[in-house]
Design a protein around this ligand. Structure first.
Ligand code: PAN
Ligand code: ZN
Length: 189
């Protein structure tokens, strides 16, 4: 973790999302996404890399802002595009901003009450994720999707709610292009 009381700079490779230096890198493979897609991945896909997150880690306090880049690979499981796990912030009121850097994606957001919103992630898009909205990014293109995220320092991540309930909609690859479909497995509280 950085001593964020002292100013610092890191450099980002804009098209790759790599931060130099980075404090922490996590990688999510198909095996980490178990049960999140309607269909199980093809065995031929092996344990493919789905996404990488490079993080700048500062103290988990509302005085600070956590920053990260996400690099989502292109691909599909069945008709669904590669996506992040998605989460609510543990502290529900904490907001976040996404800045699109490369590729073409969608940001799926939903409240615990079942409202949902889908925004575009493209180079230059700035998406505001208000507190209380779960969020998942989806790569609908054929190249990498890269974006930068900044969020309140003590937000934390609640993955379990999305793992249990899913999100109200899915992004699928339809003959006429990407489609937002109702998630048949979504269970609203
Ligand atoms: C992002 C996400 C990142 C990976 O930095 O954490 O895109 O997605 P998952 O955390 O859902 O695996 C963010 O929203 N942070 O709060
Ligand atoms: Zn978040």
């Amino acid at each position: 973790m950085r001593d964020a009381v002292a100013p610092f700079n890191v450099l980002m490779e804009l098209d790759k999302g790599v931060l130099e230096p980075t404090d922490h890198t996590k990688r999510r493979h198909l095996s980490d996404m178990h049960g999140m897609y309607l269909e199980e991945p093809d065995e031929a896909a092996g344990d493919a890399l789905v996404y990488t997150v490079h993080e700048i880690v500062v103290p988990e306090s509302p005085d600070h802002i956590q920053c990260s880049t996400t690099i989502l690979q292109p691909g599909r499981v069945g008709r669904e595009f590669f996506m992040t796990k998605g989460h609510f912030h543990e502290v529900r009121g904490r907001s976040e901003v996404y800045l699109g850097l490369r590729g073409e994606g969608r940001l799926v957001m939903a409240t615990e009450g079942g409202d949902h919103a889908v925004e575009h992630i493209v180079p230059g898009s700035v998406s505001y994720v208000p507190g209380g909205w779960a969020h998942r990014s989806v790569n609908i293109g054929s190249e990498l999707l890269v974006f930068f995220a900044a969020y309140v320092g003590d937000a934390g991540h609640d993955y379990a709610t999305i793992e249990d309930e899913g999100l109200p909609v899915l992004l699928t690859d339809a003959p006429d292009g990407p489609r937002v479909e109702r998630n048949p497995r979504y269970t609203q509280r």
